[in-house]
Structure formats: structure tokens, C-alpha cells
Design a protein around this ligand. Structure first.
Ligand code: CMC
Length: 430
């Protein structure tokens, strides 16, 4: 009869150990009993970048990378993108269940009425240089919010916790729009509580003078869908940063600011910008085969940006939805001239053995940059457009971590490879 255990024989000592397996995992702390002698620290797992280490149990997002599945609280991303709205998805992620009509109305009311920021926050943002990167502004300002809401440090109080989570989801579009206007040298536009979450954000970005900016419902819905697709992605780099920083029991603004800085990195939130740079450098349809050849040759380590994923090895389910959204957006904005190059790259790559063998398919970033550019956003703003919707994922994961009885302050081990003990050498003896 099969047993949910793992038997390990330590060939250094000949001793055998039996470790319990639960939900497909052993506890690496159980390895510590495996020692050469009593003074030995015990066996550890060495896992740079957490390639095979689960840091938590989570009930929020499920991914099956081989099958191309992404689900929030059990609901497939395709169904949510088709039938839900971003605020409903926020409720789902934060509360675990879809809301009733009344629950959604109440939730929307609270989010809508927390969109304003203290006037001093505006002054704080004004202090940045004219060319400040919007992600630097966003990360610093979210960190600064902890000074505006000092009660946020009472993280064990459920009501206090919840209000900060709602505030962050509500204020992120305002802060993002202010950072955009700052870069453009335009006056900040205050939130309009009569508009939808995305409609309000687009208005704060686009409105000039007293003319009311007329929202295009297709673009409003397209951005809402993009927000749904980016709302959470389980234990990625920025979410892990939020959990690790939050594990010190710091307030959630400080923890989320860490997530924003992680997202700022080109390997995380910056890939769609890299796709646009690549498409521009290719420049013309005729150059596509030559570029594919260059990628395959491995020369200069050129990669087909927007292809491949650490987790998805069949296809990225978000990419399928995004492609449809792109068609709808381009109907309104006109085609981004780079689209043809992207389509040709995709067509060739999907038939090419090099990409097929390595399971390289378009990921979420292959088309998102083209959409953002068509909607009038500059490349530097793309990671901000990722950070706004990811905020709900960060705060949901943060609260799950706070409530998890098994969690403690995060403190990985190391394998020390430096000098053995040596005595201090005075200057004249060096
Ligand atoms: N173009 C060409 N070859 C590639 C690519 C690519 N985009 N991605 C991977 N490969 C090759 C790689 O050279 C290697 O080949 P070989 O076995 O001959 O050495 C093989 O495929 C495996 O690559 P890897 O680097 O070990 O795979 P990884 O899982 O570590 O990398 C990745 C995942 C996303 C970093 C990588 O696919 C990549 O650099 N893609 C381009 C950048 C990109 O689009 N990033 C956005 C990811 S989605 C955003 C998000 O979800 O946050």
C-alpha cells in the first residue's frame, strides 16, 4: 500500500529517515534532523530564486503552467475576462467569493469614495524632478502613505486592515495618474466619483482644461479586461516581495511599496516595453525572417521578447484574451503600425521547430504594450499600468499571509562560502 512519506537514506552515515509528504511537499525543516553528527547543523535545501520552494499555502490564485490554466479563487481567467468587471474581480480576490449585487454595490461605493488623496500627497509628488520615472514616484508615494495613515500598523485589527486594503486599491489610479501628469507637465486632475474605476482613471490621465474628456466605452472595457488579467499571478517576484516585507509585520503601504519596486525591474513589469523596442528595431515585415534567424542562432543572446514563460509551458491563457482585446482596441484607435510585424513574428515562430521544441508561446506581454501604446501611454508608464491592477493581488496575498498561523518573519538560510575565521590585520601589516 502506498504511503504519503518520503524515505531518505543518508549515504554519509547509512541512516534512513522517513519524512511525511503533505499536498505534494515535504517540509524542508524536516531535513534538519539529517545530521552527520550531533554538532552538525543539519541538512538544508539549497534553492536560489525559490525555483522549487513553496513559501506559503494560498487559496487565491491557481496556475497550471503545463495546461495553460489560470484561475482566481477557482474561476477561470477567460470567464472572468468575458463576464466580470475589474471591481468584481477585486471583491472576489479579497473575499474569496463572487459578490451579490448589493455586496458589489457597497464595495464599489467604498472604493469610489476613497479615491482622493490628502493634498500633501499631491505636494509630495510635486517635489519630484520633471523627468522622474512614474514607477519611482508610485513606489515612494505608496510608501509615504504609511505616514498619512499611522493606524495602518495595527495589522492584527481586521477593520483597520481592510480599510487600508480598500484605500490602496482606490488610490492607486489617482497616484498613477498624478505620476503620468507630472511627467507630462500637466496639472493633476482630481478623481470623478461618478465614473467607473477605469473610466475615472482614464479621465484623470486624458482630461485637458475644462473640456470633458469623452470616454470611449470600447477602450474603457478593454482596459478593464487588461486589469482583470493582471490582478494576481500567485507567488511571482513582486508578490513574494510584499509577503517577505509584510512578514516583518510592517504596515501594508510599506509592504506594497516593496512590491512596486520589484515590479519596476525589467525582468518583471518591463517586458512589454522590451517587446515594443524589439518590434521597432525590426522595423519592417521583410526583416522578420532575418530576426527569427538571429534569435535561433543565439548570437548576442537575442530573444524573441514576449515569448516564453517560466511557468506556462503550453500557452499563456492571458495572451489569448489579450489578442482579442487588441483587435477591439485597434478598431477604435487605428492599427499600431508595429502590429503587422508582431503578427508575422508570431506566425513564423509558432511553426518553427526551435520555438515548438522549447515550448515558447506568446505571453501576456506580447500584445499588451501595443495596446497601451495605441491608447496613448508612453513606454515608461507600462509598468504602472501593471501595478494598478496588481495592487489587489498584493493586498489580498498580504492579508492571507497576516492571517496564516504558520507564517513567521521570513528569514532564509545561506550557504556560507567566504573566508574561514581570521584575525584582524592592522594597516601597517597589510
Ligand atoms: N526567445 C528565444 N529563445 C528563448 C526565449 C525567447 N523568448 N525564451 C526562452 N528561450 C530559450 C532559451 O534560450 C533556452 O534555450 P536552450 O535550451 O537552447 O538554452 C530555452 O528556451 C529555455 O529558456 P530559459 O531561459 O531556461 O527559460 P526560463 O523559464 O528561465 O525563462 C522567460 C522564461 C520568460 C524569462 C524567457 O522565456 C524569456 O526571456 N522570454 C522573453 C522575455 C519575456 O517575454 N518576459 C515576459 C514574461 S511574462 C510576464 C509575467 O508573467 O510577469
Amino acid at each position: 500500500m502506498s504511503k504519503e512519506t518520503l524515505t531518505i537514506t543518508d549515504n554519509r552515515t547509512g541512516k534512513t529517515y522517513e519524512l511525511p509528504i503533505s499536498q505534494g511537499c515535504i517540509r524542508t525543516a524536516d531535513l534538519r534532523q539529517i545530521k552527520v553528527d550531533p554538532s552538525d547543523f543539519g541538512l538544508m535545501g539549497y534553492d536560489p530564486a525559490f525555483l522549487n520552494t513553496a513559501n506559503c499555502r494560498s487559496a487565491i490564485t491557481f496556475i497550471d503552467g503545463d495546461k495553460g490554466i489560470l484561475e482566481y479563487r477557482g474561476y477561470p481567467i477567460e470567464q472572468l475576462a468575458e463576464q466580470s468587471t475589474f471591481l468584481e474581480v477585486c471583491y472576489l480576490l479579497m473575499n474569496g467569493e463572487l459578490p451579490s449585487r448589493q455586496e458589489l454595490a457597497d464595495f464599489t461605493h467604498v472604493i469610489t469614495h476613497h479615491t482622493y488623496v490628502h493634498e500633501n500627497v499631491k505636494t509630495f509628488m510635486d517635489g519630484f524632478r520633471y523627468d522622474a520615472h512614474p514607477m519611482s514616484m508610485l513606489a515612494s508615494t505608496v510608501a509615504a502613505l504609511s505616514a498619512f495613515y499611522p493606524e495602518a500598523k495595527n495589522i492584527q485589527d481586521p477593520q483597520v486592515r481592510r480599510i487600508q486594503m480598500m484605500r490602496m486599491v482606490a488610490k492607486m489610479p489617482t497616484l498613477a495618474a498624478f505620476s503620468f501628469r507630472h511627467a507630462m507637465g500637466l496639472p493633476y486632475v482630481y478623481p470623478n466619483n461618478d465614473l467607473s474605476y477605469v473610466g475615472n482613471f482614464l479621465t484623470m490621465i486624458k482630461k485637458i482644461g475644462t473640456d470633458s474628456y469623452r470616454l470611449n466605452p470600447v477602450l474603457e472595457r478593454a482596459l478593464d479586461i487588461l486589469f482583470i488579467l493582471h490582478a494576481d499571478h500567485e507567488q511571482n517576484c513582486s508578490t513574494t516581495a510584499v509577503r517577505l516585507v509584510g512578514s516583518s509585520e510592517v504596515d501594508p503601504y510599506s509592504a506594497v511599496a516593496a512590491g512596486i519596486t520589484a515590479l519596476y525591474g525589467p525582468l518583471h513589469g518591463g517586458a512589454n516595453e522590451a517587446v515594443l523596442k524589439m518590434l521597432r528595431s525590426i522595423g519592417h515585415l521583410d526583416k522578420v525572417p532575418e530576426f527569427i534567424k538571429l534569435v535561433k542562432s543565439g548570437e548576442g543572446e537575442t530573444r524573441l521578447m514576449g515569448f516564453g514563460h517560466r511557468v506556462y509551458k503550453s500557452y499563456d491563457p492571458r495572451a489569448k484574451v489579450i489578442k482579442r482585446v487588441a483587435d477591439e482596441v485597434f478598431e477604435v484607435t487605428g492599427k499600431n503600425p508595429l502590429l503587422e510585424i508582431a503578427l508575422e513574428l508570431e506566425r513564423i515562430a509558432l511553426q518553427d521547430d526551435y520555438f515548438i521544441k522549447r515550448k515558447l508561446y506568446p505571453n501576456v506581454d506580447f500584445y499588451s504594450g501595443l495596446i497601451y501604446e495605441a491608447m496613448g501611454f508612453q513606454q515608461a508608464f507600462f509598468p504602472v499600468l501593471f501595478g494598478i491592477p496588481r495592487t489587489v493581488g498584493w493586498v489580498s496575498q498580504w492579508e492571507e499571509m497576516v492571517l496564516d498561523q504558520e507564517q513567521k518573519i521570513a528569514r532564509p538560510r545561506q550557504v556560507y562560502v567566504g573566508h574561514p575565521r581570521r584575525d584582524y590585520v592592522p594597516f601597517d601589516k597589510r
